[in-house]
Ligand binder design. Structure first.
Ligand code: NAD
Ligand code: MG
Length: 388
């Protein structure tokens, strides 16, 4: 029996992870589940999966969860506070930690998981975007087995046994193109959060859905791939593939191109991470290529989706630009989701913040957090001006 902890259990990736875990109760036992403030969601998961610990970051919801757990007679210890996330990430009972908190909030808990030296399933791409070098150093230092869960990176992981890295000519990250592929700039001005979150192929949390609509998500993924696989950003190309069947490709020195294909369902990369090197059942239907008929590919439109261009530039300049980009994007996306910023202004806020931020040396996590904080101040001022 493998012990598993899920950071961000009530989110889209967290739920998909519990779906796979629930199909293999003979293999996995749940050690800890964490959430930000969703009492109902975490209570239901505790009832079904009986973890040893439940972490609710916010205090009042944690008290409510505690009461419901004792009323139901469950033996689950409820912890609270951001530090509890790091505590459960380091429990000796864990064999594997799923890092599925969204955004910069996932950085410290994910790093705590990495420092435990256990297997880490990485969905929280923002932690690599922010602290790639420090993160990968910690992976090496603690001998951590890091398995990417982002579908594109998991596809590359499956296509690239580590010894072949030297022979990689380039990597191709596929992007669905999001809900606004082929739209005009004018059409995109007034899109609503509901439209931006209605992704044509994937059902995800709201932040990553907006990132997919601006293509910032693909830009973050270029940075993520650079750190994960040690490949220079200029060898990582983005191609739009609206059917989301080919999840990414690796081209080798001899011209061979390897790809991983499947129906778009996060349970596949999650099960790959949970079972690796074994393949385990997910409940996902077989891929019907004849019913699909064709797979299409096209280059991304960088003028229509400037966030992708900004992220690629940040990837090439290395250093603190990625932290600034990520922080400004989180602020702008949140403000857009609150209905206080136009969709097309997200890229403007990110660009402005990058222009106003001085490059800094990221030699410690404190330096990363400081850079993140300073970028948020600039981005918040810019969103306030844009909303006025
Ligand atoms: P989500 O919004 O559905 O869920 C986020 C989870 O994080 C929830 O459990 C929430 O309670 C928790 N959380 C939010 N803020 C927190 C905070 N401040 N402190 C502690 N916990 C907090 O997000 P998601 O779509 O599941 O995405 C999670 C991560 O996985 C993101 O980094 C995303 O980029 C990545 N990812 C998601 C998908 C997907 O299909 N959803 C695919 C690839 C990568
Ligand atoms: Mg992805």
């Amino acid at each position: 029996m493998k012990g598993i902890t899920i950071l961000g259990a009530t989110g889209s990736v967290g739920k998909a992870t519990l779906d796979v875990v629930g199909r293999h109760r003979d293999r996995f036992r749940v050690i800890a589940l964490t959430a930000h403030a969703d009492v109902d969601g975490l209570f239901r998961q505790c009832f079904e999966h009986r973890p040893q610990y439940a972490v609710m970051v916010e205090e009042t919801p944690a008290q409510q969860l505690s009461e419901r757990i004792s009323q139901a007679g469950l033996k689950v210890r409820v912890l609270t506070g951001a530090h509890a996330l790091e505590d459960v990430a380091k429990l000796p009972e864990n064999d594997c930690i799923m890092a599925a908190i969204v955004g910069a909030a996932g950085l410290l808990p994910t790093l705590a998981a990495v420092s435990s030296g256990k297997r880490v399933l990485l969905a929280n791409k923002e932690s690599l975007v922010m602290a790639g070098q420090l993160f990968m150093r910690a992976v090496q230092k603690h001998g951590t087995e890091l398995i990417p869960i982002d579908s594109e990176h998991n596809a590359i992981f499956q296509c690239m046994p580590s010894q072949e890295r030297e022979a990689v000519r380039r990597m191709l990250l596929t992007a669905s193109g999001g809900p606004f592929r082929g739209w005009s700039q004018e059409d995109m001005h007034n899109v609503t959060p509901a439209q931006a979150c209605a992704h044509p192929k994937w059902n995800m949390g709201r932040k990553i859905s907006v990132d997919s609509a601006t293509l910032m998500n693909k830009g973050l993924e270029v940075i993520e791939a650079h750190w994960l696989f040690g490949i220079p950003p200029e060898l990582i190309e983005v191609i739009v593939h609206p059917q989301s069947i080919v999840h990414s490709l690796v081209e080798y020195a001899d011209g061979s191109v390897l790809a991983q294909l499947s129906n778009p369902d996060m349970r596949i990369p999650i099960a790959c991470g949970l079972g690796w090197p074994e393949r385990i059942e997910t409940g996902v239907q077989s891929l019907d290529l004849c019913a699909l008929g064709h797979l299409d590919f096209e280059p991304p439109d960088l003028n229509l989706f400037p966030c992708l261009k900004l992220a690629k530039q940040a990837a090439q300049t290395a250093g603190s630009a990625s932290v600034t980009l990520n922080a400004a994007n989180e602020v702008a996306v949140q403000t857009f989701l609150e209905g206080q910023l136009q969709f097309t202004a997200i890229a403007e806020v990110v660009q402005h913040t990058l222009e106003q931020s001085k490059p800094t040396n990221l030699d410690s996590i404190e330096a990363v957090l400081d850079c993140d904080w300073r970028a948020r101040v600039i981005a918040k001022a810019a969103t306030t001006r844009a909303a006025a």
